[in-house]
Design a protein around this ligand. Structure first.
Ligand code: IMP
Length: 200
């Protein structure tokens, strides 16, 4: 069921684009991304996932005059009051400005190793923004699990090598990508969006 002619993904991350297109192709014959419209990345200045997703989606909807979708996601550790959370990507920033997730995973483990509580979750919040006066819609997905140390597996990205989802005895990085995708936070958020589009 076609929902609208075009959807603009408010991201420059080709990994996210590749992951989202198969889910939404049936609703939007044309799916483009911010770079296709010469829109630069905007800073994630909010303190919540919802706030950052809203900021990105509304900015792109306004600039392109089209429906836009943004995703903000992160890794939240209970013993760290939800950190790194919205700062998940920033915890991986090295002194020379490169992204280093082994640095980020070590930072997390150093802070929780003395604690008995290793519970954590991944969260994804999607924001769908409209070029007219319709209100921005939000869809959230979470997957809970435990921090597993040392890091294991090379199939995933980000914090996957230290995340063992509830009910599994392997990390996200040891799982086949299609198995991770069946239970992932992003898939759950996308399922909420699909239910909305089917009803709209
Ligand atoms: P952003 O949504 O682009 O701001 O970045 C989210 C950050 O959260 C990523 O850089 C990763 O560090 C982390 N993250 C989000 N989803 C996942 C996942 O599925 N696996 C591993 N790390 C993730």
């Amino acid at each position: 069921m076609v929902y609208s002619d075009e959807l603009v993904l408010a991201t420059h991350n080709q990994g996210k684009v590749r992951e989202i297109i198969p889910y939404l192709g049936a609703f939007f014959p044309r799916i483009t991304c911010a770079a296709d419209h010469d829109i630069a990345d905007i800073a994630e200045t909010e303190k919540t996932f919802q706030g950052n997703a809203q900021l990105k989606a509304e900015h792109v909807a306004k600039k392109t005059n089209r429906i836009a979708l943004a995703d903000d996601s992160g890794f939240c550790v209970r013993a760290l009051n939800g950190f790194p959370g919205v700062y998940s990507a920033r915890w991986a920033q090295s002194d020379i400005g490169e992204r280093d997730f082994s640095l980020a995973m070590n930072k997390v483990y150093d802070k929780v190793k003395e604690s008995d509580d290793h519970a954590c979750y991944f969260i994804s919040v999607l924001a769908l923004a409209f070029p007219d006066d319709r209100e921005t819609m939000f869809f959230e997905g979470r997957v809970g699990g435990y921090i597993s140390w040392p890091p294991k597996g090379d199939k995933g990205f980000g914090y996957d090598p230290i995340f063992r989802p509830d009910g599994y005895d392997m990390t996200f990085a040891e799982m086949e990508p299609e198995d991770k995708q069946k239970i992932s936070h992003r898939t759950q958020a996308l399922n909420g969006l699909i239910a909305y589009l089917n009803n709209g």
